[in-house]
Design a protein around this ligand. Structure first.
Ligand code: 2M8
Length: 464
């Protein structure tokens, strides 16, 4: 039994056990499905979150989760956003393996995968899995195995997605952001030709069989997603056209902040296994400098997405603009602005709530619809880690408690109404469960009932 479990109070012990049950129920042999019904395959950044949670209860499973995903990597280094499970009926998820036709792409592996990517959290997850492993030898041999593939994942982003020497990586589809129908993509999507509507049913959308229509992307959005994915597929999943004006191309603050954070983790991994960390540190810093230079909106203190071809910033404020808190090298004034935005009325409806996915006070806010307002545990967790990084103990503890309170009230749902805490989307959702384990494993740095936070070093918070 992990040490932390003994120190939990009985209510949290129940929450811990519930989270473990969800992860056991969703375990598929070498990885965890995000949801048995809605997402019956392996998803890329989901597996990184799963591994971070599993590390506290089943270190070997945490390793397997990451290694099975990396086993689906393409020869150009890209880690696909979905690795399909051949034993799941092909029509169970749309767009399924037949749609992506990955075996026809020369860079793809033998097994069916998608050709898109997702936020590269994997090196960070690998490092956390190593740190939590009670057997340093087993952990180190895991790092030796995964380092080359993690480094190749970053090389793919640098070689094929980098925006002119900035260190920043562009995404070519909203699915690559992980925040599929975020308002940040509205203008870019509206400028694209609409594809045919996708029917619901055996050959079309399956999500609406499992989740309320009002909680999922609209038909119009879906038609554009599918059209864009088809175009990328029909172009052989090549990225040379990134500089052309056709298609979707955006620089997402969340994606790049996670890239910088993972690049730092690659530096730690390289050091641990006797490699050279200097390049990784330099890249992490370069991403941070470019993101601050080009994407920081000084008026609101938060980061905005932009089309790198025109430099035009998307005006919509979303949780993605707060996640740069995890990056290295931020000036105090930048941290200050981010903390103000992350704790203000745009993203928190009360002290003890998670972070809304889109500005609650903004015109695009929709309380129930997917990434257009509901609070998600994974993005809230990223903001929480950012707050810890910058020693904002009280704000971090309020957010940690807000996430836990929301899950205590509504269960391990996929997302939650940011104002009422009402559960939305899939039930028994894996990353919610995994990250609850991580939240519970971190004992609070402060007691919220004390008026002034004590000064603690960051190491004290992360000691286990
Ligand atoms: C959601 O995205 C998929 C497409 O990739 C979908 O809606 O069908 C997003 O929330 C994404 O971030 C997540 O990785 C995936 C699986 O949980 O579901």
């Amino acid at each position: 039994m992990p040490e932390v479990v003994g120190s939990l109070d009985p209510a949290d012990r129940g929450l811990w056990d519930g989270a473990v049950r969800v992860l056991l129920g969703n375990w598929a042999g070498t990885y965890t499905v995000p949801s048995r019904t809605l997402y019956p395959h392996q998803w890329s950044w989901d597996s990184a979150f799963h591994a971070i949670g599993l590390a506290h209860v089943a270190p070997r499973r945490a390793q397997l989760e990451l290694e099975s995903l990396l086993g689906g990597a393409w020869s150009d280094g890209r880690v696909p956003h979905i690795v399909f499970n051949g034993s799941v009926p092909p029509g169970a998820y749309f767009p399924g393996p037949d749609f992506w036709r990955s075996p026809t792409a020369p860079q793809a592996p033998l097994g069916p995968t998608s050709g898109l990517v997702q936020p590269p959290l994997h090196a960070r997850a690998a490092w956390e899995v190593f740190c939590a492993d009670p057997s340093p030898e087993r952990g180190r041999s895991f790092l030796h195995r995964v380092y080359p593939r993690l480094a190749a994942q970053h090389t793919y982003l640098r070689r094929h997605r980098e925006v002119a020497g900035s260190g920043l990586a562009a995404i070519v589809h909203p699915w690559e952001s992980g925040m599929d129908n975020s308002p940040a993509w509205d203008a870019a999507l509206a400028a694209l030709p609409a594809g045919p509507l996708i029917p619901r049913g055996r050959t079309g959308r399956r999500d609406l069989d499992h989740v309320l229509r009002a909680e999922r992307p609209t038909q119009a959005d879906y038609a554009r997603y599918v059209r864009l994915a088809e175009d990328y597929r029909d172009g052989g999943y090549r990225d040379e056209k990134l500089a052309s004006t056709a298609g979707f191309c955006m620089v997402d603050p969340l994606f790049n902040a996670v890239l910088a954070w993972s690049e730092e983790a690659l530096a730690d991994i390289a050091t641990e296994i006797g490699g050279d960390a200097a390049d990784h540190h330099a890249r992490a810093r370069a991403i941070s400098v470019s993101l601050v230079g080009r994407h920081l909106d000084k008026a609101t203190g938060q980061f905005l997405a932009a089309d790198p071809r025109t430099g035009a910033l998307a005006r919509e404020r979303t949780v993605g603009g707060l996640v740069p808190l995890v990056m290295p090298g931020l000036a105090t004034s930048v941290v200050h602005g981010l903390v103000r935005a992350a704790t203000g009325p745009g993203f928190r409806s009360g002290a003890l709530t998670p972070v809304a996915s889109a500005d609650i006070t903004g015109p695009a806010y929709e309380p129930a619809r997917y990434w257009r307002g509901p609070a998600w545990i994974n993005t809230s967790w990223l903001v929480w880690r950012g707050l810890l990084r910058h020693a904002r103990w009280r704000a971090a503890e309020e957010l940690r408690e807000g996430m836990l309170e929301t899950v205590r009230g509504a269960g391990f749902r996929e997302y939650f109404d940011a104002r009422t805490g009402h559960g939305r989307g899939a039930q028994n959702f894996s990353w919610t469960a995994a990250l609850v384990l991580d939240l519970l494993a971190h004992q609070p740095a402060i007691d919220l009932t004390t008026p002034t936070p004590p000064t603690l070093g960051q190491d004290a918070v992360f000691s286990r």
